[in-house]
Each structure stands twice: as structure tokens, then as C-alpha cells.
Design a protein around this ligand. Structure first.
Ligand code: PSU
Ligand code: MN
Length: 307
């Protein structure tokens, strides 16, 4: 492990990531909330290992990000990855509490927002995940809007996802991204995807057909001095897709349960994900793993194109 260059921030690179940084090799950041709060064990570990392997296959280096006992890790070795995937007590960290977990020597998994902050701090420009947080349905009553959206507006990392889950209000999520100046680029489709399904029913604001074109778009933003992140939406492969109508049945039920159980704050997203996993058979988990793998591949290709 390489200690951080800052004497004040306990940050550690894995050997693999430190070596990649030394030779300026392409690196892809990965979040860890998807491991601790997004999928059940052992599917979460299977997913975490396979996305790392895919990124290596594509000629980039994976950097899974998490806080372990107060140290911000940029890249986890397999023992740490396995331990994290089995933990039940990890905090779910966003912009508000990433530094808290470090200061208080806690263990926590990073959401999209916190992973972007850490990646940017570590000089990593591309990040792969499953789905982002967004504007929740009924946000006009609950005010529940994920800090992921604000982070996309302010932090210069390209986030590759499979769109947004329909547990969210997808039209409102796209509106907020537009208002905050975040480009939303769908890869090779003009339809914005909805996680398990390739089509949310909404047109994508922008579309590009190659990793090189995405890298070039980012380069032009840099040249213009436009800061902030970019959201790349990568539709799940057709063979792994679950139809929107079918998922809507489970989503509706999960949302009803959340109201009944009076779930609020940062517990909402994990609660909904967990109830959907319980209601569907292993099929929704299979789709989830397939789409993260698909995103890891595209993110690695973009990182290679940018390098
Ligand atoms: N959406 C998913 N899967 C996930 C998450 C969101 O389909 O695992 C996780 C991500 O880590 C995301 C976080 O950043 O939940 C958003 O949580 P919140 O809505 O509390 O901001
Ligand atoms: Mn929320």
C-alpha cells in the first residue's frame, strides 16, 4: 500500500492503483455502496470481482473506493473486497459524511457522490456503477433528492451507469440534471435507459456511439473550461433486459412498503433495492450484475480513449 501524499488525509492506494498512477495508465473508479447496500451477499462479491476483471481485460486498472477503519482506500485488494462484501455494519457515505467516517475512523461504503469526490481527489476521471441516485417519486412532498445529482454538477468525473431505476421519478431526475448543467449522454441509443430496461420511455438528451466520441466530448468541455461531471447512460444488454411493465409491479409494491414502514433519509434507496430483490427471483440480481459489468467495460474503454 502507498500512503497518501497528504500528511493530513489518511488515503491509501492499492499497489495496483499506485503502479497505474505512476505510469499514467487508465484507471476506472468503482463505488462500494452497491456492494454493501445495493446487492445481497454473495452476488455482491461476485459482481465486485467480475467488474474488476473486466476493467483489467480492457486495459485499465480498477479502483474500488471505500473507507476502512478511517482510511480512504483507492483500490481494494481481494481480501478487503471480500471483507467489505460480508460486512453488515458499514456506513453509507455521501458528500455529507465521507470526511466524518475518516475523522471518526469508521468503515463506510461510498455512494456515487462520495466516490466521485474520492476519485477526483485521486486524479481518476472515469467511474462505473449500476444506477445513480436521483429525484424520488413524490419528492415534492418528501424533498428526497439524492446528493448524487449535485455532485454530478460540481465534480469533474465521468459516471457510467445504466440509467436510473424507476423507483425514482426519471423525468424529474433528468430535469434536475439539465438545470444543473450535467450532460446526459446515452451510449448508442436515443432512449434514456431505466436500469433493468433499455428504455425509460424518455428520449436521451444526448447520444454518442463510441468511447472515443465520449472522450472527445469531455476534452472539449475541458478546453471550454466547463467543469462538473458527465453522466453516461449505457443501456443493459438486450439479452439481460427485464421489461419496464414487469418491474413496475415490484416497484409499486416496494414504494407502498416504504411508506408503511415509514422509511426516510438515506435508508430509502437501500430499503427499496432490498425489497425489490426479495420480491423478484434471482433474475433481477442477474440483470443487475450484467449491467454493471457492461458499464465497467464501457468505462474502461472511455478511460483508455482519454489516456
Ligand atoms: N441506485 C441503484 N443501486 C444502488 C444505488 C442507487 O440502482 O446501489 C446506491 C448508489 O451508491 C447511489 C446511492 O449513489 O444508492 C444513492 O443513495 P441516495 O438515494 O440515498 O442518495
Ligand atoms: Mn435520499
Amino acid at each position: 500500500m502507498t500512503k497518501s501524499f497528504s500528511p493530513f488525509l489518511p488515503m491509501e492506494y492499492s499497489n495496483e492503483v499506485a503502479a497505474a498512477k505512476a505510469r499514467n495508465a487508465p484507471i476506472v473508479a468503482l463505488e462500494s455502496t452497491i456492494i454493501t447496500h445495493g446487492m445481497p451477499y454473495p452476488g455482491n462479491l461476485e459482481m465486485a470481482r467480475s467488474v474488476e476483471a473486466i476493467i483489467r481485460e480492457e486495459g485499465a486498472v480498477p479502483a474500488t473506493i471505500a473507507v476502512i477503519d478511517g482510511v480512504l482506500h483507492i483500490g481494494l485488494d481481494d481480501a478487503k473486497l471480500e471483507a467489505l462484501s460480508r460486512t453488515s455494519g458499514a456506513m453509507k457515505l455521501s458528500r455529507a459524511d465521507l470526511a466524518f467516517a475518516i475523522a471518526e475512523r469508521r468503515t463506510g461504503a461510498t455512494t456515487v457522490a462520495a466516490t466521485m469526490i474520492a476519485a477526483s481527489r485521486a486524479g481518476i476521471r472515469v467511474f462505473a456503477t449500476g444506477g445513480i441516485g436521483g429525484v424520488h417519486r413524490k419528492a415534492e412532498e418528501t424533498f428526497d433528492i439524492s446528493a448524487d445529482l449535485e455532485e454530478l454538477a460540481r465534480t469533474g468525473v465521468i459516471v457510467v451507469c445504466a440509467g436510473a431505476k424507476a423507483i425514482l421519478d426519471i423525468p424529474k431526475t433528468l430535469e434536475v440534471l439539465e438545470t444543473r448543467g450535467v450532460p446526459v449522454v446515452t451510449y448508442d441509443s436515443d432512449k434514456f435507459p431505466a436500469f433493468w430496461s433499455r428504455d425509460s420511455g424518455l428520449k436521451s438528451p444526448l447520444m454518442l456511439n463510441s468511447p472515443a466520441a465520449i472522450a472527445n466530448f469531455q476534452t472539449m468541455r475541458d478546453q471550454l473550461g466547463v467543469d462538473g461531471g458527465m453522466l453516461v447512460a449505457n443501456p443493459v444488454p438486450e439479452k439481460n433486459e427485464i421489461a419496464r411493465e414487469e418491474m413496475e409491479i415490484y416497484i409499486t409494491r416496494a414504494l407502498e412498503n416504504a411508506i408503511r414502514d415509514e422509511i426516510s433519509g438515506k435508508a430509502v434507496t437501500p430499503y427499496l433495492l432490498d425489497s425489490i430483490f426479495r420480491m423478484t427471483d434471482g433474475r433481477s440480481l442477474e440483470t443487475n450484475i450484467a449491467l454493471v459489468e457492461n458499464n465497467a467495460r464501457l468505462a474502461a474503454e472511455i478511460a483508455v480513449a482519454l489516456a
